[in-house]
Design a protein. Sequence first.
Length: 328
Amino acid sequence: MLSDQSEISLQADVPTHLSGSRLDQAAAELFAAYSRTRLQQWIRDGALQVDGRTGKTREKMLGGECLTLNARLEAEGEWLPQPVPFEIIFEDASVIVVNKAAGLVVHPGAGNPDGTLLNGLLYHCEQLATVPRAGIVHRLDKDTTGLMVVAKTLEAHHSLTTQLKDRSVKRHYRAIVQGVMTGGGTVDVPIGRHPTSRTRMAVLRPGREAGSRYREAISHYRLVERFAGHSHVEVALETGRTHQIRVHMAHLGYPLVGDVVYGGRLRLSAGSSAELSTALREFPRQALHALRLSFIHPHSGETVEWESSLPEDMQQLLDVLQRESSSV
């Protein structure tokens, strides 16, 4: 329940899979809209309680505890409004739908302290200063293009984060992958932080990577078009883990074109033309685009949907692949 634009009142039970987690870790998963730093401060202030009592950030959860959060949101303060350009395809009193360009970082972090979409959003709409993460409820990687929704109010934020948790937000992506697919399917394997490379994610099998935290990850994919050595696919996310599509496609043996983290070395089919070889070598990013986005509008209650055309670089690569395949 939300009382006004700056007051939040939330409650959640700690699930059994978080048994053994610290209080701040469990809170970060259950109240994912808020930063770990902010949650830790609320724990210290007594605004986030465990079974009606003040907890400690490092205390271990057993599972089944009731966490209650009653707090007043203040402006984040450390994030500055900046005139960062970005494309808005829809905006009303509740939400902003953004068509993100390649190269735009969504949220400040290590190596990207400012100049992000979040900074641009704060410059565009000052009321976002008191909405968690300036209204950002889901992210795209720096070099992934396409559609994102941003909440402008706490009510909209609560609605959208609940919809994401309930999996009623529909997100469809287009990707160009290495390898020739014969059809579609579903990938249902958990993802967690790579056990040795902390900047990467990985498929983690329960019981195999001791000490690693993994989360359920489900992707549904279908073949759009098949080429001599590549495939154009559409992927629908049921869950939204970090790097999910990139990790899942690589796990299947069909890594994304241009993905230097999960793609391995460039694959070229025997007899590839100079045009195709050049297009693949020079493709500047992972070939991934958030094509369609739908959700229940927080104010009207109606299902709304947007679609974004493929960006020029992906369309040009598809044109080359189509010419190559037609000449074989």
